[in-house]
Write a protein that binds this ligand. Structure first.
Ligand code: RP5
Length: 162
């Protein structure tokens, strides 16, 4: 299976990144984690992303806060799908990161998930990898069924208890 690349702008983004790691671990999907900043280590970030396809990656997750240009900078250097995760923090508490990640100019797409949406970023990445991997697609469907069953169980409990 192709690997997922997880790139964070700073180690201060790690709590949000951990949510993605937990999902990849639960599904047994291979991943690599790196700290590359679009402004502090721009050359390393670009070089990693430029080589990502030939190094066996199928999708890139970019986590960043504040003036978060990491996902866009990654997308500029590859045609692999890039999922941007805006992280909360700073004076605007993430609104700046959300807008700079989601509002990409036409031509360089970034699939942006919710603020601090590390888990959904991993799930979306795995849905992409599952296009060519039926076993992973079946595991994702199983999770959906389990999640639905858990809600229906709560519905039955609340209906009988209230
Ligand atoms: C961004 O600036 C990082 O992604 C992080 O969310 C934010 C703050 O970074 P630190 O100052 O905590 O390293 O580049």
């Amino acid at each position: 299976m192709k690997k997922a690349a997880i790139i964070m702008g700073s180690d201060s983004d790690l709590p949000v990144v951990q949510k993605a790691i937990d999902q990849f671990k639960a599904f047994g999907v291979p991943y690599e984690v790196h700290i590359y900043s679009a402004h502090r280590t721009p050359e390393e970030a670009a070089s990693f992303v430029k080589n990502a396809r030939k190094n066996g990656f199928g999708v890139i997750l970019a986590f960043a806060g504040m003036a978060a240009h990491l996902a866009g900078a990654c997308a500029a250097n590859t045609t692999l799908p890039v999922i941007g995760v805006p992280c909360k923090g700073g004076a605007l508490d993430g609104l700046d990161a959300l807008l700079s990640t989601v509002q990409m100019p036409s031509g360089i797409p970034v699939a942006t998930v919710a603020l601090n949406g590390g888990a959904n970023a991993a799930l979306l990445a795995m849905e992409m990898l599952a296009i060519e991997h039926e076993e992973l697609a079946a595991l994702l469907a199983e999770k959906r069924a389990k999640d639905s069953a858990a809600v229906l169980k709560k519905d039955a409990e609340i209906a009988s208890n209230l």
